[in-house]
Design a protein around this ligand. Structure first.
Ligand code: GTR
Length: 431
């Protein structure tokens, strides 16, 4: 008898979740008490390693300093923002300017006037007939021997066009985005994405700007920057990669097979910092996806948990503008924090994802940042993230316009992560 009652309750619960997409309130409250926390052994092991290296890196939650986040809805002069109009015309530009000036640097050029697109590969029968492959060379100067980047693109064949499309900013080796598909990596599971009816594209970040410090001479810097007297807010490498994503978008706007009003920009780790900045600078991206982006990406700088501003500037002096150095061990002075970067995505779709073992990227800081964008989504009459409590492992929260999940495993972009991004896109783009 009790088994019958339990089964009936179970069926009712499953039906409730199926209809509402969420757990009933009481159930959720219970779940959220068991929300994600960092594994204690891992914390201990990492902290011991940092101590032995004499590095000032914290993994212990109770040692996170007290901090006050800037209010995304209050101007520097104290004015409160209470309408979409004043957000769009006043506060959004102010925040964008804050990130340009203090964090990523200012892009000196938008779309280059002479830029051309050369579709040098067209294969209608790719992936055993499931997709059409195109490769496009984007010539930034319009000259064939000038600097260019390649975009590889698969469009599913058996679906009505134009198709919503995911664009990956690939920060790993080019084999991850192999156009021939002889090499298939979970980092860019193109077949899986095509099977769900989405277009899938990618470009390799190093083609736009190599990922090394050379005083900003190579890549797009060499093409457009002033060779001397580089301002302290001149764009650095993350901003150049983000600019590259916008150039891919310029091409998408010319391709009838792509629904350019439904393009998601996706990045992992340094690529995730880049996708967030691309989405902030370029509102044509309808969805912004940050996968394990950590410091300088989704994680709140002021928490100083895992990688810090000082640490990232030391290891990667070419990622951020020179002004960002002023905030080394001085995060509280930053006029912006990363929840405001999330807010710049509003009212568009935003996905933030963490990984259980990726403490370097501060999963909780990534989650709190997504929560912190909430007031701006609400100003648009939308729900941002539908909870303020971290969900348990592998339990994506996708009810509002911000999606968040923390997955089992370590730093990486996996098929599981992609599935969540596609589920979220299905929910909003295939109503
Ligand atoms: C790490 C860096 C992180 C992250 C990562 C990656 O070394 O400290 O900020 O971006 O690289 O891109 O994989």
């Amino acid at each position: 008898m009790t088994t019958i009652i339990r089964n009936v309750l179970l069926v009712l619960l499953v039906a409730f979740i199926a209809v509402t997409g969420s757990l009933p309130a009481a159930g959720y409250a219970q779940e959220s008490q068991q929300g994600w926390t960092a594994d204690a052994d891992q914390v201990e092991a990492r902290q011991a390693r940092e101590r032995s290296r004499s590095r000032n890196i914290n993994y212990v939650e109770k040692n996170v300093p007290d901090y006050v986040l800037p209010d995304p809805l209050q101007m520097h002069d104290g004015t409160k923002i209470d309408s979409v109009e004043s957000w769009q015309t006043k506060r959004r530009p102010e925040i964008l300017e804050g990130f340009r000036k203090h964090v990523y640097g200012r892009a000196p050029v938008g779309r280059p006037e002479d830029m051309t697109f050369d579709v040098f590969d067209f294969e209608p029968n790719a992936m055993d007939g499931a997709a059409t492959r195109k490769q496009v060379r984007i010539n930034f100067t319009g000259k064939e021997d000038g600097l260019s980047m390649k975009v590889v693109l698969f469009i599913p064949n058996d679906v009505p066009k134009p198709v919503p499309t995911f664009l990956l900013i690939c920060n790993r080796g080019p084999e991850n985005i192999d156009p021939t598909r002889k090499i298939k990596m979970p980092f860019w599971p193109a077949e899986r994405i095509v099977a769900r009816g989405y277009g899938i594209a990618a470009f390799h970040n190093a083609e736009v700007d190599p990922d090394n410090y050379d005083e900003f001479k190579d890549g797009v810097h060499g093409l457009f920057d002033k060779p001397v007297d580089r301002p302290s807010d001149a764009w650095a490498t993350i901003a150049v990669w983000a600019w590259g994503a916008s150039r891919a978008m310029d091409y998408f706007e010319t391709d009838d097979a792509i629904d350019h009003e439904h393009v998601a920009v996706v990045g992992h780790s340094r690529g995730g910092k880049t996708s967030l900045w691309a989405g902030a600078e370029d509102e044509r991206f309808a969805m912004v996806v940050s996968n394990n982006s950590g410091c300088g990406g989704a994680a709140l700088s002021q928490r100083c948990y895992g990688e810090t501003v000082a640490q990232i500037n030391r290891s990667f002096p070419h990622w951020f503008c020179e002004n960002f150095d002023e905030y080394n061990d001085n995060e509280a002075k930053l006029p912006v924090d990363q929840h405001m970067l999330m807010a710049l995505a509003a009212p568009r779709l935003l996905c933030v994802a963490s990984a259980d073992e990726d403490l370097w990227a501060d999963p909780r800081g990534e989650f709190l940042s997504a929560v912190g964008a909430g007031p701006v989504y609400r100003l648009f009459g939308l729900e941002g993230l539908s909870t303020t409590q971290m969900p348990p492992l592998d339990r994506p929260v996708q009810k509002g316009n911000i999606s968040y999940h923390v997955r089992t495993g370590g730093h990486g972009l996996t098929e599981y992560d992609w599935d969540q991004y596609m589920n979220f896109a299905d929910k909003h783009w295939r109503k």
